[in-house]
Design a protein. Structure first.
Length: 276
């Protein structure tokens, strides 16, 4: 997944082929609402992208991917075109923007990038923001070119415990992985899937700027967990959001594709009755 800098975006704001998406989403219990915050402050010209709306609302598990036809219909509603260079950002730096970028890649969108540092770094650079009413949206005719492919499912993860065909990396904070801190979804116990390793997503981000750490810093983090380029890697987290941050970091270091366990810990805990 590609990264673009705030400086690059500022210089290209008037490019008619750019489509800027505010993808801000917050964990349950944080008392923050991405859409409400977008209404108050955003990068000029941005459109709000609600990852809950663009997920399977009938699924028991949050952020389950849609089939390509439903995704196409919903994306058309907010005016995105197949020819657009999509720039994804969020208010935290790099968080839910990584998930949205990965989603569009799964559906075959050719040009999609993450704004490194997001709105946080944009404001640190004192670039203009917009607090007026969001612009009106004109619908389009968007067509997803493929069904999601870099996805693992519950049975893949379950079978891998004995077969070990790929390494599973959990991007949740260490306390949740170790079972010492609670899950943000209060009905679930914390803990981890047998055989998985923990690389917390927040260890990959520069807390001051919200940007992804340098390739050299990221490489050391992966080397510490003995992750090497010839391994097949699947990333997991609570609901498939933070996993894509770790996947983005992995791609920066190894220039290799990765898979996401879409149901992540929420599905695993529910199906294995790891309930409070």
């Amino acid at each position: 997944m590609n990264l673009v800098s705030c400086e690059w975006l500022y210089q290209n704001l008037k490019n008619e082929n750019l489509c800027i998406l505010d993808c801000s989403w917050h964990l349950p219990g944080t008392n923050r609402n991405g859409k409400e915050e977008f209404g108050k402050l955003r990068i000029p010209g941005a459109i709000f992208f609600d990852i809950d709306y663009f997920s399977d609302e009938k699924s028991l598990y949050p952020h389950t991917l849609l089939n390509k036809d439903i995704f196409s219909k919903k994306v058309s509603e907010i005016g995105i075109k197949n020819s657009d260079h999509i720039i994804c950002y969020d208010s935290l730096g790099i968080f839910s923007s990584a998930r949205v970028c990965w989603m569009f890649k799964q559906y075959g969108h050719e040009k999609v990038s993450v704004l490194n540092g997001g709105l946080k770094n944009w404001k640190l650079n004192n670039f203009d923001t917009d607090s007026e009413s969001p612009k009106a949206i004109q619908s389009s005719k968007y067509f997803a070119n493929q069904e999601p492919k870099n996805v693992k499912y519950y049975n893949d993860i379950k079978n891998n415990i004995s077969k070990t065909e790929f390494q599973l990396i959990d991007a949740r904070p260490a306390g949740r992985f170790n079972g010492t801190d609670p899950e943000p979804r209060p009905e679930l116990k914390s803990g981890h899937i047998q055989g998985s390793k923990n690389i917390p997503f927040n260890s990959l981000i520069n807390t001051e700027t919200g940007c992804l750490k340098s390739r050299e810093e990221l490489k050391k983090i992966f080397e510490k967990e003995q992750i090497v380029s010839d391994q097949d890697i699947t990333f997991s987290c609570g609901s498939g959001v933070a996993a894509t941050i770790a996947g983005m970091a992995f791609k920066q270091v190894f220039d290799k594709e990765f898979d996401i366990y879409d149901g992540s810990w929420t599905e695993w805990a529910l199906k294995n009755k790891l309930l409070k």
